[in-house]
Design a protein around this ligand. Structure first.
Ligand SMILES: Cc1ncc(COP(=O)(O)O)c(C=O)c1O
Ligand SMILES: N[C@@H](CCCC[NH3+])C(=O)O
Length: 421
């Protein structure tokens, strides 16, 4: 495997080999294909074009991959951004995403973050609690600005995904319980500087079943009608993100963007409100790989271990969610082996795959963890004082390191020594 534009989870011809990059950059490193990011965005945007008022906003969920080159690639295509912190807001703006295409979600936005969003002039805040309505109203008044908000509802649905990434259940911390929406709108109306103009929901990530999403969007529409009947002016409905991506070929693929959009079209027929979508994983997941080198192989009592130079600090998903990432040898190997693929970190959770049938690899061979473009580098840490790994973007026959390796020397310099030591 020496090319890597990624289509349908499969590597296709690009002009630069991962082996070349590994030699130039060192491993581990993340590699993103700008062509794949562009294609995914365009497929999604085309699928939802024309829905609602005919001018939907596709606001990329920055948390999935906040790399500035990724964001700038999307900015050039006209994407907006869904941000959840002032850090993400700053990155989205720095990458060239216009403020009027930015929505700000999050259950615990702090006063300085609300102020930053107001000062930047973002499109809307998706407000998640009564306390936030009051806080935002006060800050908007202090700043002398009128601020548009959507009420994020908790629709109390089971999104049928991994518990740690479900956000739509009645007991989840997210949103305002849907039956308290009328009271939330009344509370917002009492804040002179707020305009409650929309409703929002996001029920979870890596969704593979569209029926809970359909139920949620219907609920948003019903509530919007109810709020209009009560005298409020509704202009936007934010359907959230969450569409799943294929991580492996031996289970049915999640619904495609076209299937998702067909469902939304059915539910929203006749709606005049502007629709907002917040896809993250769908845009970048299969546009990135994590490239690693086998350090050594070893035999345990009953297991064949492949120890690689990437670890749970670089790609946390397998440890945190038992998530599956396909593992491919960069130079295809003919023989196969059942292996447990682990990193060098000091805990057993540092396991990428247990007793997995993979191509046989030995010390020095390169492997790629597939579908690593979403929630990969962004969730990395420096656990075990391992440096953050570089991210590389490929664009046709060009490539560039788009975030620098945090060298151990730099990590030393970053620490402030206590004045008494
Ligand atoms: C508010 C919000 N919007 C959008 C997303 C993006 O989700 P995904 O990457 O699954 O599309 C998330 C994360 O699940 C989120 O919390
Ligand atoms: N970090 C999660 C997704 C979280 C979605 C955030 N709303 C994952 O890797 O699958």
């Amino acid at each position: 495997m020496d090319h890597f534009e990624i289509r349908d989870g499969v590597m296709h011809a690009e002009k630069i080999s991962l082996e070349t990059l590994a030699a130039a950059v060192g491993t581990p490193f993340y590699c993103y294909s700008s062509a794949t990011i562009e294609r995914h965005y365009n497929v999604f945007a085309a699928a939802v074009a024309g829905l609602g008022d005919g001018n939907p906003l596709v606001a990329f969920a920055v948390k999935a991959n906040p790399n500035l080159s990724v964001l700038a690639t999307l900015a050039h295509l006209g994407a907006g951004a869904d941000v959840v912190s002032s850090g993400e807001l700053a990155r989205a703006l720095a990458a060239g995403i216009p403020a009027d295409r930015i929505v700000f979600s999050g259950v615990g936005k702090q006063a300085h973050e609300l102020a930053a969003g107001i000062e930047a002039g973002i499109l809307q805040f998706n407000v998640e609690s009564e306390a936030e309505i009051v806080m935002l109203g006060e800050i908007a008044a202090q700043l002398g600005k009128i601020v548009e908000i959507a009420i994020r509802i908790n629709p109390a649905v089971d999104p049928k995904t991994h518990g740690k990434i479900s956000t739509g259940g009645a007991d989840a911390k997210f949103g305002i319980p849907w039956d308290r929406v009328p009271a939330a709108f009344a509370l917002a109306a009492a804040q002179t500087n707020l305009r409650a103009i929309g409703l929002a929901a996001h029920i979870g990530s890596q969704l593979t079943d569209l029926s809970p999403v359909e139920h949620t969007i219907r609920r948003l529409g019903d509530l919007a009608q109810q709020m209009e009947a009560a005298g409020h002016t509704i202009t936007r409905i934010d359907c959230g993100g969450g569409l799943g991506v294929p991580y492996r070929n031996d289970v049915p693929a999640p619904p495609s963007p076209a299937h998702y959009a067909a469902m939304v079209a059915r539910v929203t027929t006749g709606w005049k409100w502007r629709l907002i979508f917040e896809p993250g994983r769908m845009i970048v997941g299969n546009a990135g790989v994590l490239v690693s080198t086998v350090i050594l192989t070893k035999e345990g009592a009953s297991k064949h271990f492949v120890v690689v130079d990437a670890a749970m600090n670089d790609l946390l998903r397998p440890s945190l969610y038992n998530a599956w990432h396909d593992i491919k040898a960069i130079r295809p190997q003919e023989t196969r082996v059942v292996a447990t693929v682990v990193g060098p970190i000091c805990e057993t959770g540092d396991t990428f795959a247990e007793d997995r049938d993979i191509e046989a690899v030995t010390a020095g061979d390169r492997i790629a963890f597939m579908t690593a473009g979403a929630y990969g580098a962004t969730m990395a840490s420096t656990y075990n004082s391992r440096p953050l790994v570089p991210e590389v973007m490929v664009h046709g026959d060009l490539w560039s390191i788009v975030s620098e390796r945090n060298q151990p020397a730099a990590m030393l310099a970053l620490d402030n020594r206590a004045p008494w030591l």
